[in-house]
Design a protein around this ligand. Structure first.
Ligand code: SAM
Length: 315
């Protein structure tokens, strides 16, 4: 893990357009900051998807066409704190479905907290967390003989550029059996006036979340980023439906990463791309699914039509 972190940070900061992967936001501090982000008034995504999981969990279960007499596995990719998922777990448990919950996350800390909270709140739910990058863990789904339902919520897929999202769907498709399902949570295309504040909150929590990755590099790779000299700059391109977050160097400077024995130069105004958040509609999703055997069989939206959970089935 540390080796991958080091390798990816080196590659990202050596590129002509500097970039850092948003999957590295989530250390212990990053996990806690993301919980704060989910509670911000501007961050409509979690509230909208929670509305679906709280108020339409029976419709969701019906749409998944699960058989009460057959054991199945609920695999969640990038589970985080599982707030929304717990609504579904509770409903499945109350209805006596026979299942196991397998949350997968790159953050060991997030998984430990999730397991503790499920054991306490839903003691009958069997939980088997797995730490790792979900791209790497997908291969292990192939060996399962029981039905699988994959949860990929929170518009996590939106963090992947379209080509990578397509690659992800192809890999997921290859590793699922006919009849397996996916619940894919996506943020819907909407105006800039709604989207941009979600990545640029008044309290500056998103700014701290982004800067924490520089602090993480300082700590884990023995680097000397001067955090105060980088500004947070989110952008939303309404035509594309893509939000992007950048950190911008406020001066000409060099940063040394001792574990890489390397120095990186930043010009005043130079950007580091930190995160992509693609917004979806049916057409964009169908483009991503094209060429796979995953087909849309259902779609649930929140009461304000901000967010959608698509049900996909491998046919
Ligand atoms: C934006 S949060 C969303 C959490 C949850 N899905 C939700 O909807 O509330 C993203 C989560 O995915 C995890 N994550 C991000 N990239 C990942 C990757 N490549 N592999 C595994 N987990 C990843 C992070 O650690 C974090 O817990």
């Amino acid at each position: 893990m540390n080796h991958n972190f080091q390798k990816d940070i080196n590659a990202g900061l050596s590129a002509s357009n500097k970039t850092l992967s948003s999957k590295y936001f989530y250390d212990k501090i990053g996990d806690a900051l993301f919980v704060e982000i989910m509670n911000m008034p501007e961050y409509y995504l979690t509230k909208a998807e929670l509305d679906i999981f709280k108020n339409q969990n029976k419709e969701l279960i019906n749409a998944l066409k699960l058989d009460k007499t057959t054991f199945f596995e609920l695999v969640e990719l990038g589970a985080g704190d599982g707030t929304k998922t717990k609504q579904l777990l509770k409903a499945l448990d109350d209805l006596n479905y026979d299942f196991r919950y397998a949350p997968i996350d790159i953050s060991d800390n997030a998984l430990k907290q999730l397991k503790t909270s499920i054991n306490k709140e839903l003691p009958k739910v069997q939980t088997e967390p797995k730490q790792g990058d979900y791209f790497d863990v997908l291969g292990s789904l192939k060996t399962a003989e029981h039905p699988i339902v994959v949860l990929f919520l929170g518009s996590n897929i939106g963090n992947l550029p379209d080509a990578r999202a397509k690659e992800f769907i192809q890999k997921l498709d290859k590793n699922l059996k006919i009849g397996d399902k996916v619940v894919l949570g996506v943020d819907l295309i909407k105006p800039k006036s709604v989207v941009l504040p979600a990545y640029n909150d008044a309290q500056g929590i998103t700014k701290r979340f982004n800067l924490n990755l520089l602090a993480r590099i300082n700590k884990e790779l023995d680097a000397n980023f001067d955090i105060e000299t980088f500004e947070h700059q989110p952008e939303y391109n309404e035509d594309e439906g893509i939000a992007r977050s950048f950190l911008v160097s406020t001066k000409d400077q060099t940063v040394t990463i001792n574990s890489l024995e390397k120095t990186f130069t930043f010009k005043k105004g130079e950007k580091i791309h930190m995160e992509t958040s693609r917004k979806y509609n049916d057409q964009i999703l169908n483009g991503i699914l094209q060429g796979s055997a995953l087909k849309i069989t259902g779609r649930l939206t929140d009461s304000k039509d901000l967010f959608a959970d698509y049900i996909l089935m491998k046919i």
